[in-house]
Design a protein around this ligand. Structure first.
Ligand SMILES: Cc1ncc(COP(=O)(O)O)c(C=O)c1O
Length: 397
């Protein structure tokens, strides 16, 4: 293995779909000495994060609980609070992330009912409705739906899942994983009828990994109160507390929370709608590039339907014989663009371009140009219009 160079000239562009680049203001906010736990700044910082996340989730009805954890921690919190061992949850197929959540849920002793994953397509709400109609005993406690599956690059319609639950007249709670979509695409927890929304710090929130959060409405909180299964660290009842130490079930991750306060401040200063529009515009540029590349016949969109293509991550299907790991290392080491490969069943079959969080037109053009250069250097047929189309998309948008 060749040794990486001691110094990278300029800046390497990070286009994995999480962790994402961290704005300087967030890095600076985290660069602070820890505070003693009785310092009122600790409480004030946590309160700003809780309120900011409520605003980001667009909820007035839900409490926000924060964890020193990653997204898997937030998944575990939903499982532990909403179903007892042996009880059922429905996890509609979205690909790698729905399946990972299902495997974790089963490992915790709960029973998972799945709807099939249709490669390249969002969740099928009719399949969800059918499963719920067939559940005559009303045994399914919750539907765990991944909003954007970061592996497939497909965003599902959470409102359609709420309508499916209602059409089946089923009491199951709706839990949405917004790990990859929050802060990138519109999501309004209360309006969508979502009972629990869960996320993590390292994607649209532009923070380092290490903070997970859940928004929990009254129905979900009541379900947790009824659930007698033993739990401690993830327990919402225990975390609904005025004292910061109790809210975190221990010492809060102070520096990460200082970063989160700064990141939320950046998002609201830019304006949430402007942030969503920027993500959509940048995604259109990436999609324009892929439209150009696919003319070479070796690459294509993994998401079959343009309307469900994520604004946060684009998954590009590769023809057989393209070595995605060679492509990634060429892009990273020679052209200074870090991209992601496939996960789970898509390993070796796709590349993924993250375009969420702290991104702008110049950055995305640099990334697209670097990826195209890597494709050309590897001898992949990419037509000759990918980067040009991205430029046109941004120029005319
Ligand atoms: C949609 C989605 N859910 C959950 C997770 C798990 O998050 P983490 O890796 O922080 O545990 C990820 C991670 O990428 C994700 O993309």
């Amino acid at each position: 293995m060749t040794r990486p160079p001691a110094r990278i000239p300029g800046r390497r562009l990070l286009h994995s779909p999480g962790p994402t680049p961290i704005p300087d203001a967030v890095l600076q906010a985290m660069s602070a000495q820890p505070m003693d736990l009785a310092d009122p700044r600790v409480d004030a910082n946590i309160a700003v994060c809780e309120r900011g996340l409520q605003r980001l989730l667009q909820t007035e009805a839900a409490d926000v609980f924060l964890y020193a954890a990653n997204g898997h921690g937030a998944w575990e919190a939903a499982v532990e609070n909403l179903a007892a061992p042996g009880e059922l949850v429905l996890i509609p197929g979205t690909g790698h992330f729905s399946e990972s959540w299902a495997v974790q849920t089963e490992a915790l002793g709960r029973t998972v009912v799945r709807t099939p994953w249709r490669e390249g397509w969002p969740i099928d709400p009719d399949a969800v409705e059918q499963v719920l109609r067939d559940d005559k005993a009303r045994a399914i406690k919750a539907v765990f739906a991944v909003h954007t599956d970061t592996a497939s690059g497909v965003t599902s319609d959470i409102g359609a899942i709420r309508r499916a639950i209602d059409a089946a007249r089923h009491p199951a709670l709706l839990v949405a994983d917004v790990v990859a979509s929050l802060g990138a695409t519109p999501f309004a927890m209360d309006e969508l009828g979502v009972d629990v929304a869960l996320g993590a710090s390292q994607k649209g929130l532009m923070c380092p990994p290490g903070v997970a959060f859940v928004g929990v409405n009254a129905a979900a909180f009541a379900a947790a109160q009824r659930n007698a299964a033993p739990r401690f660290y993830w327990d919402w009842i225990r975390r609904k507390h005025d004292i910061s130490y109790r809210k975190f079930c221990g010492t809060p991750p102070q520096n990460l929370l200082l970063g989160m306060e700064a990141a939320l401040g950046l998002i609201f200063a830019e304006g949430l709608e402007t942030v969503w529009r920027r993500h959509a515009q940048i995604a259109r540029a990436v999609h324009a590039a892929v439209e150009g590349w696919r003319e070479g016949g070796a690459l294509d969109f993994f998401a079959r339907d343009g309307a469900s293509r994520s604004v946060a991550v684009t998954t590009v299907a590769l023809a057989d014989g393209i070595d995605v790991e060679a492509l990634r290392s060429l892009a990273r080491e020679r052209f200074q663009v870090a991209i992601a490969g496939g996960l789970g069943p898509l390993t070796g079959r796709v590349l993924r371009i993250g375009h969420l969080g702290d991104c702008n037109p110049a950055i995305i053009l640099g990334a697209i140009g670097g990826i195209e250069a890597a494709l050309v250097a590897l001898g992949v047929a990419v037509g000759n219009g990918g980067t040009r189309r991205a430029v046109q998309s941004l120029a005319c948008d």
